[in-house]
Structures are given as structure tokens and as C-alpha cells.
Design a protein around this ligand. Structure first.
Ligand code: ATP
Length: 366
């Protein structure tokens, strides 16, 4: 397995788009450590597949370099890079049996016959397909075919990395968790470098040790699931991760207070120095996760209008309006909800953003 370094990558699909400044990837610098399990997470069109294809060699970047360990592979084909890639839809040979499909990449590499048999039997077991080894692939469901595609990628232990592009899209929802945990188990067992593209936060957070969040052609944060939840470095990360996502409230800072939708909110003392250094003309926002917003009696917080309450079983999601700003709060299932309430924010959970980027408000940071 290899350490993959991406160095000043930029990509525009045509020279015309580059001239107009329209880049699918704007600037990506990142290192995928050897043996790491990474997810590339972001909304449709943010550049995940473009980045993955540049890593695998299916696409040559307009600018920048890809290195596997110390070797520059930017101009090398996928075969020369020795990469396994699993796509959204099955790529298998219909005329071969399930076992032959799994054995194919090993045969190509002249792995001894008895070892091929052992590894194919092991993979069939992991995929829950032991009984289907001798069946022709042609008659299988899309779900089963995709499992074989996954197996063909995973069976090779000699690759530099395995890249997955939304591999569970066609898989039955009940099977998804099982395959995800199998991927995790294989990662633990063989310490493979795995990069997994998805727009589904649950998939990303359960699969990866590190999640690389992309937005509009850029990487906006790389972190553990906990880091993404607790300290979103960009308002988009806070908004995209979580259900519902972080409340993002435009505000103005005035002598230790934030003015949010005409209401004054006293800020934690340690915000003071950070507020003082905010440049004029920047867009200032407060971020607070709904888990840290509570309802308090009228007169004790910021007055809101409650618009609706969604009961999601173990808790309730309160959708309210602070002036013209939507605000969500997550409260306990048995919480009583007065017709009129204010909201309060847990001070330790408030984040401050300047032009969408997190401002360091730790004491002494200013
Ligand atoms: P999705 O989850 O929908 O696959 P993504 O995050 O993988 O999205 P990309 O497919 O990498 O995003 O696309 C990034 C940008 O590049 C988008 O604006 C897309 O329209 C554009 N794009 C992708 N492929 C091409 C292409 N072959 N020619 C021109 N533009 C393209």
C-alpha cells in the first residue's frame, strides 16, 4: 500500500472552462496516509469523482501532481499505478461464474492456484455468497453483481490503494451496513489505503477514520467524525454534517455582544479578543448545533416563533424562527413545549465564523 500525496491539484474539463475560471477542482493539497481509511464526502458536483479519477489515473489533472510514496504518477495509467477501483455500478464478466470473477485479478498476477482458491473461498464467505460461487454472474441481481465488484477490488492485497466511488448505491439498504462493516474489517485486517467517495454522511462517518469534506471544488475540512461535529472549520461542514445541520446565524459584533436578527446576545468572554480582530466588511456568522439549543421560558433567552415540531422517536426537532432566521433545536422526546418560548445557546458550543471560516476563539488566539 502507498501514501498518496496530492500536490496543488487543479482541474478544468476544457481549456474554455479554465479560461472562464470554472474549475471542477480548485486547489487540492492533501496527503492520504499509508493504510488510512478515508471518505471523500460532499454534495453532488463538488468534485469528488474528479478527484478520485485523478488519483486512480483515469483523468490527468490540468495542474499539479499525484505521488505514490516518492514516485510521481501523474502521467501513469491506472494499471501502471496498481490501483483497484470499485465504481457505482457493477463491472464484472457476465459469462464467468462468481468464483471466476473473484479469481480473475489474482490469475492476472500469477498468484498460485491453491492460494487463489483459498482467497476466493474467504471472499465468498465475507460477501455472504458461499453458496453462489459456481453460479454464472449473468443470472445474479444488481445487488449481488455489485458485491462481486467489491470482492474483486478487495481480493487484491498487493495494490497501492483501493478507491471506491459510491459503491453501495445499488445495494439493498438492509445489506449496506453489513458490507460497510465488512469493508471496515478488511481495512483493519490488511491495513489497506482506502478512499471512499460518498455524498451520504452516515456512510462516510461509519466507514472512515478521517473524513475529507469537499465543497465547490475544494477540501474544506479533514477530520475525525468527532472533529467535524464539534469544530466545523467551515459553515458548510456544520450545515452538511448533522441532522439537522448546524444553525448558521448572520450577525454583527458590538462590544461583546452579537446582534442576531435585531436581538442582542451576550457572547462568551473568550470571544472578545477574536471579535476585536474581525476585519471590516467580512460576513460574520454564529454557528450552533441544534443539540446545544434549548427552549427556555419567555424573557430568559432570545424570543422565537415556533413553527413546527417533528417527532423523530427518541427526540423532537423544534423548527423555530428568530426574526427572519430559521433555527432548529433538538429536545428530549418528553420535553414540554410551551406555546411561547425563547431559545438559549450553550455558550461552550458557539462557533464564530468570518467569511464562512471558523475563527479561533480559544483564549490567547487573538
Ligand atoms: P456526484 O456526487 O454528482 O458524482 P461529484 O462530487 O463526484 O458529484 P464531479 O462528478 O467530480 O462531482 O463533478 C465536479 C464538477 O465537474 C461538476 O460541476 C460537474 O458538472 C463537472 N464535470 C464532471 N465531469 C465532467 C465532464 N466530463 N465534462 C465537463 N464537466 C464535468
Amino acid at each position: 500500500m502507498a501514501r498518496i500525496s496530492l500536490d496543488h491539484l487543479r482541474h478544468a474539463y476544457t481549456p474554455g472552462l479554465a479560461e472562464a475560471g470554472i474549475y471542477a477542482l480548485r486547489e487540492v493539497d492533501h496527503v492520504f496516509e499509508d493504510g488510512g481509511a478515508y471518505a471523500l464526502l460532499g454534495p453532488s458536483g463538488c468534485g469528488k469523482t474528479t478527484l478520485l479519477n485523478i488519483m486512480s489515473g483515469l483523468l490527468t489533472p490540468s495542474e499539479g501532481h499525484v505521488r505514490f510514496d516518492e514516485t510521481d504518477v501523474t502521467m501513469l495509467s491506472p494499471e501502471a499505478r496498481n490501483i483497484a477501483q470499485v465504481f457505482q455500478f457493477p463491472v464484472i464478466y457476465d459469462t464467468m461464474t462468481v468464483a471466476e470473477n473473484l479469481a480473475f485479478p489474482l490469475k492476472n498476477r500469477r498468484v498460485p492456484k491453491d492460494e487463489i482458491q483459498r482467497r476466493v473461498a474467504d471472499m465468498l464467505g465475507r460477501l455472504g455468497m458461499t453458496q453462489k460461487g459456481k453460479r454464472k454472474a449473468r443470472g445474479l441481481t444488481a445487488d449481488e453483481k455489485q458485491k462481486i465488484s467489491l470482492g474483486r477490488g478487495l481480493i487484491r492485497s498487493d495494490v497501492a490503494a483501493i478507491l471506491f466511488d459510491e459503491p453501495l448505491t445499488v445495494i439493498d439498504p438492509h445489506m449496506k451496513w453489513q458490507l460497510r462493516s465488512e469493508l471496515k474489517a478488511l481495512h483493519k485486517e490488511f491495513a489497506m489505503t482506502m478512499v471512499y467517495v460518498t455524498h451520504d454522511q452516515t456512510e462516510a462517518l461509519t466507514f472512515a477514520d478521517k473524513v475529507v469534506v469537499m465543497y465547490e471544488g475544494e477540501v474544506v475540512q479533514i477530520g475525525t467524525p468527532e472533529e467535524l461535529f464539534e469544530r466545523p472549520q467551515h459553515t458548510f461542514v456544520g450545515y452538511f454534517i448533522g441532522s439537522p445541520g448546524m444553525n448558521v446565524l448572520p450577525c454583527a459584533l458590538e462590544s461583546g455582544e452579537a446582534v442576531v436578527s435585531g436581538q442582542r446576545l451576550r457572547l462568551p468572554a473568550h470571544f472578545g479578543p477574536a471579535g476585536g480582530q474581525m476585519a471590516q466588511g467580512r460576513r460574520i456568522e454564529l454557528g450552533i448545533r441544534p443539540e446545544f439549543v434549548s427552549l427556555v421560558p419567555r424573557g430568559e433567552g432570545l424570543p422565537v416563533t415556533i413553527e413546527r415540531v417533528e417527532d423523530v422517536g427518541s427526540e423532537k426537532i423544534v423548527r423555530a424562527r428568530l426574526g427572519d432566521l430559521p433555527v432548529s433545536a433538538i429536545v428530549k422526546e418528553d420535553a414540554s413545549l410551551p406555546a411561547e418560548a425563547d431559545i438559549a445557546f450553550a455558550p461552550h458550543a458557539l462557533n464564530l465564523y468570518s467569511d464562512s471560516r471558523l475563527v479561533d476563539t480559544t483564549p490567547g488566539a487573538a
